[in-house]
Design a protein around this ligand. Sequence first.
Ligand code: COA
Length: 264
Amino acid sequence: MTHQTIIFENIQTAVENGVMTITINREGKLNALTIDTLQEIKHAIQEAEKREDVSGIILTGAGPKAFAAGADISEFAHFGEDQATRMSADGHEVMNTIENSEKPVIAAVNGFALGGGCELAMACHMRVASENAKFGQPEVNLGVPPGYGGTQRLIQLVGKGKAIELLLTGDAIDAQTAFNLGLVNYVVNQENLLDKCREILAKTATKSPVAVAKVIRCVNDFFRPNVNGMQREIYEFGEAFVTEDFKEGTDAFLNKRKPNFPGK
Ligand code: COA
């Protein structure tokens, strides 16, 4: 199967051992997220979803200092209301694409994850942070609320009480504090950061892709207004029974062997 090669200007992608690593490549600007950068991330995620040789995705930033230090302030400083509304709506679409990816996406947070950078990390399914990582939503210092889902996803991850404090003070927190709050899954040395993410994805890669996609859908539905997550689970559970993955998983268990899931 051939795949269209996409040339990116602001990110780099590499596929190795079933994992696509997407690296935001604006180190000199602390990987600040321009509108184009976010669109490139969206296209890379869509590409990863299509590729049969990819089972998981790592999203990280170039260099040792930043995951992403926010939306690129120099780009939006002169925007009017319409442009800002469009910027936010398009950004939400990017974040939703990541959150709804049927393949697990892990943010490898290698430094500053501020503003849009923190929002980007929160849209991923899991976050692994290096010890130097810093998280925060400093938008109140710029005269705006967060615009890429930060007011919603921070509450989902850490609860309203702490979320509103972080959102109102703009305070940045270190990796250990983020771990204690449940904002990140693991804190590791910077040199072990990508390996830790690969280790998690090596585990999920052995599971049924059908079941993995269904779990992501069910979990996301918990947070969707007007959607009943319990009903979703009942539906996804029933539907799984007509898949080859289910036949393979149950047959492997009953015959005391490791499953080899076809992913359909
Ligand atoms: N948008 C645009 N450029 C940014 C940026 C952002 N969000 N964050 C950092 N940069 C740029 C700086 O302007 C600087 O560019 P220059 O060398 O051309 O002047 C470069 O990245 C390095 O940043 P600098 O501020 O010199 O690094 P620092 O180590 O002194 O400070 C931070 C690091 C993260 C504390 C500081 O860059 C910062 O506060 N950034 C903005 C964070 C923010 O408000 N994000 C939310 C945006 S919605």
